[in-house]
Design a protein around this ligand. Sequence first.
Ligand SMILES: [Fe+2]
Length: 400
Amino acid sequence: MGEIGEFVDYFRDRFTKLSDMLRNRNVSFRPIESMSRRTTGLAEGREEVSLIGMVSDIQTSKNGHRMIEIEDTTGTFRTMVLKKNKDLFDQAMKVMLDEVVGLTGTLSDDGNLLFINNIMWPEIPVRNSIELGEPGSTGLAVLISDIHIGSDTFLEHEWLKFLDWLNGGTNNENIGSVNVGDIKYLIVAGDLVDGIGIYPDQERELAILDVYDQYCKAAEYFNQVPEHIKVIISPGNHDVVRQAEPQPALPDKIKKMFRTDVVFVGNPAVVSMDGVHTLIYHGRSIDDLIGALPGMKYEDPAKPMIEMLKRRHLSPIYGSKVSIAPERTDHLVINKIPDILHCGHVHTVGCTNYRGVRIVNSGTWQSQTEFQRRMNLQPIPARAAVVNLGSRDTKIISFQ
Ligand SMILES: [Fe+2]
């Protein structure tokens, strides 16, 4: 648990970075403090006012209007979206606590309330092909996640088929009609193993009871990946690192079990695959986004990933399922726009393109667990996403 001062620094950093992105628009935003020095809205002839703030409270009024309170470093202000403005109201339903938004509107007669007529998110700009750059890279990258080695629902048969395919095994050479010799990278977006003590009575569902034995087994598998493929491993909430995000890379004791050329990164992590800027994030916040936003569901994990990009933040809601370490800088802000955003965590597959960013959620290598059965969640296991680093075209290949 961090000191209060560290949380203040953390939120200040989040606010500064995200508000700077909003300030790139052609809108003149005012500090909230200046609102108290002004005369009433009526006296100023109802001119438009724009504010940037971190969302500190959201309520629905008894008449069904959406009340959004925002905060900047100088004060707080109440704003409202009227129910009758259907499209805007739908957008207001997507505003979440702790995110940073820009709001334009007109003031109430007493000057204490802003009636919103436009909501702005930090967003990814729409870019043309010149701005997106030439596809300079060649080769393929394979994206996977949530292998859960050590679980009794880990799909070893399918996993061995995958390893054989990577090795150009003749039994599986036609899978996905991919030239496996072109594969240059293999990325794991967390949950390499099932771990221990992650949820109550987990030991009843484990095939390997010791977490180090689970990693030993993982190392044995990954050491079979052909040496021309660069393996990059990022942790998830089942791995043996702190749960609070950002998570560090796996510890040395585990790294030593693997071939020396395997690269261990934190969660989130940014890697460059031949110049293709790739943001790897396990994706625990997808639970929060699905819970908070209308129209989101586990079957379609690409949608909440688009919301991360719109908000330029991997985990916009603070203090829900994701615990965030109070570091001085917010490492979950999406500073540089990635070429690829790769997540896992939800055990379902999603693949789409958003404003030039290739979005992939790579599913799992574990069949339905007891917990998922109770929650009625249907996993999509034994999949690998194969991304062409030049065109970013992506194929989802099944090993089932
Ligand atoms: Fe997982």
